[in-house]
Design a protein around this ligand. Structure first.
Ligand code: ADP
Ligand code: MG
Length: 401
């Protein structure tokens, strides 16, 4: 990475404003998936062990600028405390006299967590005064919030105008791993794309047409492409306003001689319900009163065959409604196959909240080359866009703010 990292600066005794992405799912006041907290540990521990006075900040959910007791960071602090094996204190507000006092009492190797930054509308508005106030708490800014790096908010961008600003270890690892998909990835480079929202992902596919040899489409995503080719899909999820766009992407793929694969069979069901009666049909025979909920076994076999030759694979979006076990076979098969390819030396990178959850649930995360903690951020990065949270950090050869 061409940005300075925590390893390039002296943190001993310094007050460090550490922005992490601790935006985790909660249920009844408990963290249900702590992957993002665990991913943030290396930088937290690195700073504490080197005598930094760490001020840890994150957002949680979408409180839209108002205090919302259900979105307080206490459950996150509790989980972090278990993982660190030490108490984690949290402030009542991200800003204010109480915070000043707490910070003034921090000693080397101490950690203080700020309350949810998004209780202040100024955070998402990237308000200059708010950014200055955050910066005023510290001597150094460390950004480890890769999952928020595609947003120019006060704690990810504004703050960098007032402090020396460097990357944390997670952000560095994300950027380095995802960078392997830009420039000149090892060929053949194939992309597997699925999930529900076509509109949000067409730009990524378009950008990848210049770098990939093959695009393999599954999930709800495939429906829109199939519909654009005139395949009737019953009650399936189709983004009707994207048909023209889908056609354009497919002819672009043809022009650039990129193989564009769509499912040839599917699992269908009358509704998305865990007890719905499911069956496998050829893609041209989806009954009028049924919907596509997964790719079928012939499609899995064809995709596996193609992916078996890949040296680089990027995967975003599940192949079906994987949250329900009876519609998860396609997603699970692709995940297992890709883990196997990675074990045989292929570079396999997975990005996207739900795809990552699917891989995690199968316990395959450690087998893959890289599993990104950033959904939207990983997509924008792979698309080749500059992430404001990364761009704002100090350059390795440049000077600091
Ligand atoms: P990611 O978070 O990995 O980027 P998305 O958010 O785009 O993925 O899509 C994930 C969602 O897509 C899941 O909730 C899954 O149930 C849904 N999905 C996948 N295939 C289908 C389908 N055929 N019909 C409806 N929903 C689908
Ligand atoms: Mg998602």
């Amino acid at each position: 990475m061409n940005k300075k990292t925590v390893r390039d600066v002296d943190v001993d005794g310094k007050r460090v404003f550490l922005r992490a992405d601790l935006n985790v799912p909660l249920e009844d006041g408990h963290v249900t998936d702590d992957a993002r907290i665990r991913a943030s540990l290396p930088t937290i521990v690195y700073l504490l062990e080197r005598g930094a006075r760490v001020i840890l900040a994150s957002h949680l959910g979408r409180p839209r600028g108002k205090v919302n007791d259900a979105l307080r960071l206490k459950p996150v602090a509790d989980r972090l405390s278990e993982l660190l094996g030490r108490p984690v204190r949290i402030t009542g507000d991200a800003l204010g006299p109480g915070v000043q006092v707490a910070i003034s009492r921090l000693r080397a190797g101490d950690l203080l967590m700020l309350e949810n930054l998004r209780f202040h509308a100024a955070e998402e508005a990237n308000d200059g005064d708010f950014a200055r106030a955050l910066a005023g708490m510290a001597d150094l800014y460390v950004d480890d919030a890769f999952g928020s790096a595609h947003r120019a908010h006060a704690s990810t961008e504004g703050i960098t105008h007032h402090l020396p600003s460097v990357a944390g270890l997670l952000l560095e690892r994300e950027v380095d791993a995802l960078s392997r998909l830009l420039g000149s990835p090892r060929q053949p480079f194939h992309t597997v794309v699925g999930g529900a929202k076509v509109s949000g992902k067409l730009e990524v596919i378009e950008a990848l047409l210049d770098r990939c040899r093959a695009i393999l489409v599954g999930g709800g995503m495939a429906n829109t492409f199939l519909a654009a080719r005139g395949v009737p899909l019953g009650k399936s999820l189709v983004e009707a306003d994207q048909l023209e766009n889908a056609r354009r992407i497919m002819s672009l793929a043809e022009e650039k001689t990129v193989t564009f694969l769509l499912p040839t069979d599917a699992v269908v069901a009358p509704q998305i319900h865990h007890r719905a009666k499911a069956q496998v049909v050829p893609i041209t025979e989806v009954p009028r009163d049924q919907m596509v909920v997964d790719i079928g076994p012939a499609t899995v076999a064809a995709y596996a065959k193609r992916l078996g030759k890949a040296k680089t694979v990027f995967w975003n979006g599940p192949m079906g409604v994987f949250e329900m076990s009876q519609f998860a076979a396609g997603t699970n098969a692709i995940a297992r196959f890709l883990a196997d390819r990675a074990r045989h030396g292929a570079t396999v990178v997975v990005g996207g909240g739900d795809s990552v959850a699917a891989v995690d649930r199968l316990g395959l995360t450690d087998l893959l080359t890289h599993v990104s903690t950033g959904g939207g951020a990983s997509l924008e990065f792979v698309e080749g866009r500059q992430l404001p949270g990364v761009a704002a950090l100090d350059d390795r050869d440049g000077t600091s703010a």
